[in-house]
Design a protein around this ligand. Structure first.
Ligand code: AMP
Ligand code: GLY
Length: 426
């Protein structure tokens, strides 16, 4: 099988690695890929989706897998399908679950799927009226995609009103903030659940926990994610069942009823309040770095899983996972997430320790090849992934590997998976 992966981050690199160990995959293209995906396949520098579809046809690509949300929201799947190509990911309409928070909230309401109480509005008076009904903290969200920055947790009503006013005037996020959601604050702990669906059937992946804050102890600013691990012991059978019955199943059914069947990765960002799951957000793609810890746990060949999901045939595969844990530690550049850092060369020690070689690997993300050398050029540069029989073991391997990777200004959190280890379940 010839496979193309759209995207350039650690998530796409992880999908590439899973495809690489899949014997039925002969060739992998990355569009556009990064400085390290060249080791796994060929990078394709075509950004226009029609041209990319043409390329896929010319090179007999059997399956395209889309990593990031932007191409999905922009309709890459529709374009490829019109050309008769097989592509894994949601249509532009189904991608609205991530692309529009208002679409998502109204969908949840219609299908009785638990979420925070809210209003959606483009009027400041309405926003202010609802803010007065809620007790702080109060959550204000812009409707559209704002690169993860469109959510304000206001500590006072005044602050909530100011945030709403800034969004509605277009000052904060331009057109993405012309409509806003105001919602109650849910006080609990967060979980990410991923389901792969072919529009009708679905399979739920092991639960992962991300660490969004920059600094140890969940302090500092929000980032795209500084580390993740899976499966997390923060979920038990009972909760898993509730999530499936109350959230995943009705979402897949509801989207089919709306005639926008959801094909792809449904990423449910949940808040668990007193043992009850609520949807905070949906994403229509794998999380990053969650994907980096889920892919190595996949026992079923990756191409089979994605191909069957893209051809409405998920029920014919028995999807299996290894009975192991994976921990991923993001190694970021000096100024992440505040700004760009100077490119710096990456030096990786020869890994001589046999166990480490076998139990850990790097997923490259913000890296470029400059005159034959690998440089850290992005915010999140790479992810050190460890695999083990326990979370502790997986984490030890991941951290050992961080010590073998060097570039000026490298930084990482030292406490990935701390909640799981405190829970002492593994
Ligand atoms: P979202 O992009 O909607 O997931 O929001 C980003 C982050 O804001 C979430 O991961 C939560 O940490 C937080 N958040 C969003 N909505 C709420 C809410 N209603 N209650 C508490 N925290 C929230
Ligand atoms: N790690 C969170 C995300 O990908 O949105």
């Amino acid at each position: 099988m010839i496979v193309m992966v759209v995207g350039s981050g650690g998530r796409e690199y992880a999908i590439g690695l899973a495809l690489k160990r899949d014997k039925s995959v002969e060739e992998i293209f990355f569009a556009p890929g990064n400085g390290a995906t060249l080791e796994l396949g060929e990078n394709v520098d075509i950004s226009d989706y029609n041209e990319l579809a043409q390329f896929a046809k010319e090179r007999s690509v059997d399956l395209t897998i889309v990593g990031p949300e932007a191409p999905l929201v922009e309709g890459i799947v529709d374009i490829f399908k019109e050309q008769g190509l097989t592509i894994f990911g949601p249509s532009q309409k189904a991608a609205l679950l991530e692309g529009s928070k208002i679409f998502m909230k109204n969908f949840l309401k219609k299908y009785n799927i638990p979420t925070a109480r809210y209003i959606e509005t483009s009027l400041m008076e309405e926003a202010a009226e609802f803010i007065d009904e809620l007790s702080p903290p109060i959550v204000v969200k812009a409707d559209g995609l704002c690169a993860g920055k469109g959510v304000i947790i206001a500590q006072t009503r005044q602050e909530a009103k100011e945030a709403a006013a800034k969004m509605l005037s277009g000052e904060a996020f331009g057109p993405a903030g012309e409509r806003v959601i105001v919602e109650e604050f849910l006080d609990g702990y967060e979980l990410s659940i991923f389901a792969i669906s072919d529009g009708k059937d679905y399979t739920i992946l092991p639960a992962a926990q991300d660490h969004k804050r920059l600094l140890d102890g969940d302090k500092g600013p929000n980032t795209g994610g500084m580390g993740a691990y899976a499966p997390t012991p923060l979920i038990d059978e009972k909760l898993y069942k509730k999530i499936e019955e109350r959230i995943i199943a009705p979402t897949i059914e509801g989207m089919a009823k709306e005639e926008t069947p959801f094909e792809g990765v449904l990423f449910a960002g949940l808040m668990i309040v007193n043992g009850e799951p609520y949807v905070l957000e949906f994403n229509v793609r794998f999380g990053d770095p969650e994907c980096e810890v889920l892919m190595p746990l996949l026992k079923t060949p990756a191409s089979e899983l994605f191909y069957k999901a893209a051809t409405k045939d998920l029920k014919s595969v028995d999807i299996e996972f290894f009975d192991k844990y994976a921990v991923g530690v993001v190694v970021a550049s000096q100024n992440y997430p505040y700004g760009k850092s100077k490119p710096s060369e990456i030096i990786i020690d020869d890994i001589v320790h046999g166990d480490l070689k076998e139990h850990a690997h790097i997923c490259f993300a913000g890296v470029s090849l400059i005159e034959g050398k690998l440089y850290a050029t992005g915010g999140r540069v790479l992810v050190c992934v460890g695999i083990g029989d326990t979370i502790q073991e997986a984490r030890d391997y991941a951290y050992l590997l961080t010590g073998q990777v060097h570039f000026a200004g490298k930084k990482f959190r030292a406490d990935i998976a701390y909640q799981a280890l405190q829970a002492d379940v593994s």
